[in-house]
Design a binder for this molecule. Structure first.
Ligand code: AKB
Length: 316
């Protein structure tokens, strides 16, 4: 029996992760944690319990954890990279103070904790291609600072207090249910919506800018598989490089055009997003995840494009 709290259940990852966990763990409670103004709706509201769980309110989180005898917390609350640059104080409050609240509750109630990290932990001095697992992490964005801080704090709670903390460095995540909000990699989601709506796409990232990306089903699988992994095999914990594909705007554009030949794209580069993208790796080396918990992605760019276009055509 599993009792799980998802903090940030109505966001891009949370919406799908909560439903996937409910399908997987049919006994116990998979609690959708939310903040006022972001209440679960539709299937998310109908398939299981939902509770207010604001990451900045430690007492509220502790009450939910105690009420449902929670054993695992997925902490998905975060401001993405571009928004975090506009609101650095709030990004710290959610990313660091919030994580501290979650880890303290986990320490007191003996919960395991998953907190996503990101390719945003890397910076201009990091090796760009096949970025190794253990290497320089020197981001110059508030998002990256909170993600590096989060990795260190999570490892600290494991080493000092035995809290079972685990994490992956997510690349840009591409999905068709809940939109991302304010990330540098969002263009790789928006481009599919434009193609299906029949719009000309205006790309905010320059041609030739490679970043790692992943289709949401692989990302969900990674989070769940890591939390189920045998702890005796884990040499690393916070956080594992994972990878499935790397492309620039031209490559994804040409891939979509194979299926929608009339689709067009132009560039209007956003300097903030471009400077963040330029500081991130072109591709990650995920050998440690493959060796320590059998990470293996299913989707590549082409299988993702075919699925995204089919799913979005059915939805829009
Ligand atoms: C962002 O672009 O901010 C995120 C990320 C790569 O962490 N999608």
């Amino acid at each position: 029996m599993k009792n799980v709290l998802i903090i940030g259940s109505t966001g891009q990852i949370g919406t799908e992760l909560t439903l996937e966990l409910r399908k997987r763990y049919t006994e116990g409670n998979i609690v959708a944690g939310y903040i006022p103004g972001a209440e679960p709706k539709g299937e998310l509201a109908e398939t299981g319990p939902a509770e207010l769980a604001d990451i900045t309110n430690d007492k509220q989180i502790a009450e939910v954890v105690s009420k449902y005898k929670i054993d695992t917390i997925y902490n998905l609350a975060a401001l993405l990279s571009a928004v975090a640059e506009a609101k650095p104080q709030l990004a710290w409050k959610v990313g660091m103070d919030g994580l501290f609240n979650v880890l303290e509750v986990a320490r007191q109630y003996h919960c395991a904790v998953f907190t996503p990290s990101s390719i945003g932990v890397f910076g201009n001095n990091t090796p760009k291609d096949k970025t190794p697992q253990d290497t320089i992490r020197n981001p110059r964005t508030m998002y990256g600072v909170t993600k590096v801080g989060g990795e260190l704090l999570s490892d600290y709670y494991y080493i000092r207090f035995g809290v079972d903390t685990r994490s992956v460095r997510f690349p840009g995540l591409i999905s068709y249910i809940a939109p991302p909000g304010g990330g540098t990699t969002d263009y790789a989601v928006d481009i599919y919506y434009a193609a299906v709506r029949g719009d000309r796409f205006v790309c905010p990232i320059a041609a030739g800018t490679f970043m790692d990306m992943m289709y949401m089903p692989d990302a969900l699988h990674a989070a769940i598989r890591l939390m189920e992994a045998d702890p005796a095999r884990l040499i690393h914990r916070n956080a594992f490089n994972i990878a499935s594909m790397s492309f620039d705007p031209e490559i994804i554009y040409q891939n979509i055009r194979q299926y929608m030949p009339d689709f067009t794209m132009e560039y209007d580069v956003d300097p903030l997003r471009q400077s963040i993208a330029d500081s991130w790796p072109n591709s990650l080396d995920d050998t440690c995840a493959r060796e320590e918990w059998d990470w293996q992605p299913v989707y590549d760019l082409d299988t993702m494009t075919r699925d995204m276009l089919a799913k979005l055509k059915a939805r829009i």
